[in-house]
Design a protein around this ligand. Structure first.
Ligand SMILES: *Cc1c(COP(=O)(O)O)cnc(C)c1O
Length: 670
């Protein structure tokens, strides 16, 4: 049986989108993904009793061709509304084309599969506005007859003045631009109230004519509370008015009892997702990746210099970051150890490091007997010039920062701080491969930077890369990790340390050729990886926009671009009836098992390794100094992370996790 098509209607700004999203069980993306993968029970079983939120602006994700067409159409459409020079007729035909395409490629297939659908507004508001612009009902019938109209409508009514006061930023089309109120700069609260009130009157006429349900909204009531209040009305609208007689009795009964509730899986409800583990696999092992490794397997398994794949990987990495030099290592940790040894630090010197980071940012310095002094975190978990300054002593010679979870640190003030105190600046960019700060690429601010290529956004399996603009640092990094043939070939014979080219500094820390081959493949696809991960990030930002319980912990775009390692979320305990850890457990019970409160990345300042500074006995127990890190505590106690997917076939995960976060949030919001 086809599903029921429900629309929320109402004037601009009443909250149709937020409410529809909260009232639904799953998003369009999850539903579309389920269409593509029927279970043993068939598609009907998957769809039965499930209410899907479909945005009025939803673009088809099931057909590339339809999606491309609709993307162009939507770009024109959502801008034409604000372009006074386009004729009304143009705008109207564009709207008609949009809704026709939307019906055929988005709404129709889901209804046919048996999903119920709720949209955040359909054609009625548009009609109500056109009537104010002089169009007549016979004009509109031309569109009306061609577009699938909802089976049931719920009209939301709210005081236009209160709606305006709550949100204030409205587009010209919403302020009445097409309703001849005068010049653009005369549009404001007054025109909004007048225009929306008249629109509401027309909607009311439709409501009476078609027997719609109506509901009064209080703009000050929190969305989750309103959603709970409206849920019974929506449940009623989803029940077909005239049940078919006898024949399908069994089926109907099942349909009725399966009407979805938002009961949490932890309390006996249906899980949001049931997908094979692990949910996040990186790198995606594609045919091309297999080919790249296979090719390298036959080419060489160990290189003594950079004439082969090691050199290709380093050159590609340097280009990727926009740094003059890149030197590869066996791990991010060994590359950080190289920085510790070649930055000019000596025993007795100190370095400032984040208290909140993965410990390998700082452990190599401790290993070398350097005193590590820990700095507190800001609201993104990052150090700032101010938190570093608090820990400055005369012994401090260097600073290492970590761009936590992909958010860039405030680098201009940190560069300034290091310059003012003559400190070597090092960056741990292991979370921040794609990040920038105010337009400058992360990894290019300091004297040296390290990117781990372990399970990070660009990966080689195990590995790490040191990047620098300094020729001296480059050669010393080679001496540290790449002795003999490579050093003899690449180090300037006139350098005073050239005699060490043969033995290096005593150690070897090379990446494997197979790892480098994986890295070259990853970097070749970097643009694609970035595009996909940024799209996922944007999806979550949009999907969690009205969520009072969790929000993406992402630096504003004007400040920096996210590094795309994982998606960090900030939990707001005041708005929830459960703790952060309970929230995580509820999400995991829904099947989103990789919603995570990280364990090994935390305040490391009390680790005994950092209290003992004898490089020959770092394991000797001692009492670490206890320091107060209020910023770290606040950040770490409210932080949740989820994978940031970016490969083909990840759609069910992306959508399922978003639905899980929404469902659990609605259930625990207060
Ligand atoms: C992963 C990571 C490291 C260590 O890199 P490995 O390649 O695993 O040795 C260092 N710092 C941070 C912040 C990391 O996330």
């Amino acid at each position: 049986m086809p599903g029921r098509f429900i629309a929320l209607e109402g004037t601009d700004g009443v909250g149709k989108t937020s409410l529809a999203r909260q009232l639904a069980d799953i998003s369009y993306d999850t539903a579309a993904a389920r269409l593509g993968q029927p279970t043993a029970h068939g598609t009907a079983e998957v769809a039965a009793g499930v209410l899907v939120f479909v945005s009025r602006r939803q673009i088809s994700t099931t057909s590339t061709y339809a999606a491309t067409l609709m993307e162009h159409l939507s770009t024109m459409l959502w801008h034409s509304g604000d372009a006074p020079d386009l004729s009304d007729a143009f705008w109207v035909s564009l709207q008609a084309a949009w809704f026709t395409a939307h019906t055929e490629t988005v709404v129709g297939p889901l209804l046919d599969a048996g999903f119920d659908i709720i949209v955040d507004g359909w054609l009625y508001k548009f009609f109500a506005k056109l009537l104010l612009q002089g169009f007549t009902e016979p004009d509109l019938a031309v569109i009306f007859d061609r577009v699938r109209m909802p089976d049931a409508v719920l009209l939301l009514r709210a005081d236009a003045g209160a709606v305006y006061d709550r949100r204030q930023d409205f587009r010209p089309a919403e302020l009445g631009m097409h309703a001849s109120y005068g010049a653009l700069d005369e549009l404001g609260r007054d025109t909004f109230v007048d225009y929306q009130t008249k629109t509401a009157a027309n909607l009311q006429t439709f409501a009476e004519r078609h027997g719609w349900h109506t509901a009064e909204l209080d703009p000050d009531e929190p969305i989750p509370a309103t959603a709970r209040r409206l849920a019974p009305i929506v449940a009623e609208l989803r029940t077909p008015p005239e049940p078919a007689p006898m024949a399908g009795r069994d089926e109907e009964w099942r349909g009725a009892t399966m009407t979805t509730t938002s009961l949490l899986a932890a309390h006996g409800g249906t899980r949001v997702l049931d997908l094979p583990q692990p949910h996040y696999q990186w790198p995606a092992v594609t045919r091309e990746l297999e080919d790249a490794v296979h090719l390298q397997l036959h080419r060489s398994l160990s290189d003594r210099d950079a004439s082969g794949v090691i050199g290709e990987f380093e050159a590609a990495f340097a280009r990727f970051v926009g740094a003059p030099h890149a030197v590869s290592f066996a791990s991010g940790t060994s590359a950080i150890h190289a920085m510790s040894r070649i930055a000019g630090l000596r025993p007795g010197d100190a370095i400032l490091a984040p208290a909140y980071t993965f410990f390998a940012t700082a452990t190599p310095f401790a290993y070398d007997g350097i005193e590590v002094r820990f700095a507190d975190a800001d609201r993104y978990g990052n150090v700032t010039a101010a938190t570093l300054a608090e820990k400055l002593t005369p012994a401090v010679r260097a600073v290492i920062v970590t761009h936590m979870w992909g958010n860039p640190c405030p680098m201009d003030e940190i560069v300034e701080f290091c310059r003012a105190h003559d400190l070597v600046l090092l960056e741990d960019c292991s979370h921040a491969h794609f990040a920038s700060w105010r337009g400058q690429r992360i990894g290019t601010f300091g004297d040296m930077a390290v990117f781990s290529t372990n399970q990070k956004a660009i990966t080689t399996g195990e590995g790490g890369v040191l990047v620098t603009a300094g020729d001296l640092y480059r050669e010393l990094a080679l001496l540290f990790g790449h002795y003999n043939k490579r050093c003899q070939k690449e180090i300037d014979p006139s350098a005073e340390y050239y005699p060490y080219a043969f033995t290096g500094m005593g150690l070897k820390h090379r990446i494997t050729t197979l790892g480098a081959a994986i890295g070259v493949h990853q970097l070749t696809n970097a643009a694609d990886i970035e595009r996909r991960r940024r799209a996922t990030l944007a999806r979550y930002a949009d999907g969690l926009a009205d969520n009072p319980v969790i929000a993406p912990a992402v630096v504003p775009e004007a400040e920096g671009q996210h590094g795309l390692y994982v998606l960090g979320l900030r939990f707001t305990p005041e708005n929830a009836s459960v703790s952060r850890d309970e929230f995580v457990a509820l999400c995991q019970a829904e099947g989103a098992t990789e919603v995570d409160a990280p364990g090994s990345t935390r305040d490391i300042s009390a680790e005994p390794l950092f209290a003992r500074r004898d490089p020959f006995a770092p394991w000797v127990p001692s009492t670490p100094p206890s320091t107060d890190m209020p910023g770290v505590t606040t950040f770490a106690d409210t932080f949740i992370k989820i994978p940031l997917w970016g490969y083909e076939g990840d759609e069910p995960f992306v959508a399922g996790y978003l639905d899980t976060l929404a469902k659990v949030s609605v259930a625990v919001a207060r």
